[in-house]
Design a protein around this ligand. Structure first.
Ligand SMILES: Nc1nc2c(ncn2[C@@H]2O[C@H](COP(=O)(O)OP(=O)(O)O)[C@@H](O)[C@H]2O)c(=O)[nH]1
Ligand SMILES: [Mg+2]
Length: 310
């Protein structure tokens, strides 16, 4: 006898609670196998699960193809540059990253992603140009949509109010909500439906008022970088090597709070059990010196010297 519909529904909810990405996909595959009946209400449940699985697989695939190497995947926030054709996407990436993506002054639609990279305040960013968005385009061809779902943040470009209207409307049609700041901890983005975004507009275009999103002018490169940095909310911790020298590159966390334990786990997890204490220089090498324990909450730019039992 199969279980009643309502019971299965609750079990599915419980099983999927809090699971995202690959983990969620795995659970859905398992559930699909477990629900043996495939008629009536059971078919409805299974179809719903199949659709969700499909969507997750699409997003995971996009993550894999649009992030060039798995090494940079976690540590490099990705900003997807979206806009109508000729909105200046390639020009912007070229100016920010020093790349030479072809810029054309006639309507020209590339179907390939274009890449750029930049570093700002010790954080590396990947910029990716999405092929132009057109009115109703995604209703006919979903192939580029997965990149939107899987990105960390959007730079929405436009040279006129109409440009923005088209792009913002297409995103809304796909149930994508643009938000001011990332949700919760971490990049990569875990909610494909709520994506942080910055609006980048042509000089002298008036305010684009949409979900309180930041408005920046496309010629103000410094301000664009500053806001990209701001939106990811990183905490950079500098560690000391065994010669008491401060390392050049910080350990970067994309979280709201970072403890000494997080640093230990990231740089020498195997030593967690022999951790003794830590000396912190608050805010940089010249900051106030403090001896702290494993639960101490660190701030951006703190310098940490970890000590372990011999
Ligand atoms: N006046 C002006 N022209 C721009 C600006 N950005 C790009 N363009 C021009 O617009 C055309 C299309 O630019 P491109 O970067 O290829 O746009 P894309 O199709 O969005 O990648 C080119 O002729 C650019 O020189 C801008 O900020 N101001
Ligand atoms: Mg282009």
């Amino acid at each position: 006898m199969p279980k009643p519909y309502s019971v299965i529904n609750e079990e599915i909810k419980d099983a999927l609670k809090g699971k995202v990405g690959e983990e969620r996909a795995k659970e859905i595959r398992k559930l699909l196998k477990e629900i043996q009946w495939d008629v009536g209400d059971y078919r409805k449940i299974k179809d719903k699960l199949r659709r969700e699985l499909n969507e997750i697989e699409m997003v995971e695939q996009a993550r894999k193809t649009s992030r060039r190497s798995s090494k940079t995947k976690k540590e490099t926030p990705q900003f997807l540059v979206v806009g109508t054709t000729n909105s200046g996407k390639s020009t912007l990436i070229n100016s920010l990253c020093g790349t030479q993506i072809p810029v054309e002054d006639y309507e020209y639609t590339t179907t390939e992603l274009q890449y750029g990279a930049l570093e700002y305040e010790g954080i590396k960013f990947q910029l990716v140009e999405l092929p132009a968005i057109s009115e109703g385009g995604w209703d006919y061809d979903k192939s580029t949509l997965a990149h939107v779902y899987s990105t960390d943040c959007l730079l929405v470009l436009g040279r006129s109010f109409e440009d923005f209207a088209i792009v913002l409307n297409e995103l809304e049609q796909q149930n994508i909500e643009l938000i001011e700041k990332r949700l919760g901890d971490g990049f990569t983005q875990t909610s494909p439906r709520s994506i942080p975004a910055i609006l980048v507009k042509k000089e002298n275009l008036g305010l684009i008022s949409h979900n309180n999103l930041r408005n920046i002018y496309s010629n103000d490169l410094e301000s664009i970088k500053k806001n990209m940095f701001g939106i990811i909310k990183s905490i950079r911790i500098f560690t000391m090597n065994s010669f008491n020298e401060i390392e050049d590159q910080p350990v970067v966390f994309f979280k709201d709070t970072v403890s000494v334990e997080d640093v230990v786990n990231k740089i020498s997890k195997s030593k967690r059990d022999i951790f003794k204490d830590a000396v912190v220089l608050e805010g940089g090498p010249n900051g106030r010196r403090k001896r702290v324990g494993i639960t101490y909450e660190l701030k951006d730019k703190d310098v940490v010297h970890l000590t372990f039992q011999k």
